[in-house]
Design a protein around this ligand. Structure first.
Ligand SMILES: [Zn+2]
Length: 100
């Protein structure tokens, strides 16, 4: 199970914050499979953003999930997994530094 803290931080994220993060990190560069730049995330007004939890093996972490934002290529379906923790940390740092 992911921590309550992570769950709360993810549910508080807006689509705009995520899109701005993806732009800052150039996460939407051309698809390695088909060369287009038609990247999509799944989000709805009611349910918010869609994240994935994937269980890991090793490092004492059997059964501990990693959490990712799936970024789908709208042309071929190739999917990039963006670390939710790294994304949250970068957004926090970016927003803290923009308030200075
Ligand atoms: Zn593609």
């Amino acid at each position: 199970m992911k921590s309550k803290d992570l769950e709360k931080r993810l549910s508080d994220l807006s689509v705009q914050q995520v899109n701005d993060h993806l732009t800052r990190k150039d996460s939407e560069h051309a698809c390695e499979a088909c060369g287009t730049r038609d990247w999509r995330i799944h989000a709805s007004e009611l349910e918010g953003l869609v994240f994935l939890e994937l269980p890991i093996f090793g490092m004492g972490g059997i059964g501990v999930p990693y959490c990712f934002l799936p970024l789908f290529c709208g042309n071929c379906g190739n999917t990039r997994l963006i670390s939710a923790n790294m994304m949250l940390d970068e957004i926090d740092e970016h927003e803290a530094s923009s308030q200075d």
